[in-house]
Design a protein around this ligand. Structure first.
Ligand code: ZN
Length: 132
């Protein structure tokens, strides 16, 4: 793990919540649809890391079910890795449960996977290998 890449926060509406982060002095560095996760995301860079706001694109989005169950709030933390396949193999060998067998396509052409919260003390941890 080389850095905290970002902290993911589930929001009902990007337009509504962006005002709060802009009031804090942050600016949107980019917005993108992530089809694989059924979310629209906005990244706000802050001191070497980023805040990722996640808005569901429909009622079948995992973020929509998260908000229905727990309300808006912190959804996951994301750690950056150099080699996601090696990281996944290593974690599996250590007995951790991953949410997918293969990395999935994340924002900005990155490859991502998630560690099951059951294996991580209730925290959803995302691993991200940036696009080379
Ligand atoms: Zn994320």
């Amino acid at each position: 793990m080389s850095a905290v890449d970002h902290i993911g926060i589930a929001v009902r509406s990007l337009a509504e919540r962006l005002a709060l982060y802009e009031a804090l002095g942050l600016e949107v560095g980019g917005e993108e649809m992530v089809e694989s996760e059924k979310v629209r995301v906005a990244f706000l860079p802050v001191s070497g890391t980023r805040i990722e706001l996640l808005e569901p694109t429909g009622p079948d989005s995992p973020i929509a079910s998260f908000i229905a169950k727990r309300g808006e709030g912190i959804h996951h933390i994301c750690l950056r890795v150099d080699d996601i396949h090696a990281a996944m193999a290593d974690l599996k060998a250590k007995g951790l449960q991953l949410l997918s067998e293969e990395p999935r396509l994340g924002a900005h052409g990155s490859q991502v996977c998630f560690i099951h919260p059951r294996s991580a003390g209730g925290v959803l941890i995302e691993l991200l290998q940036p696009r080379r």
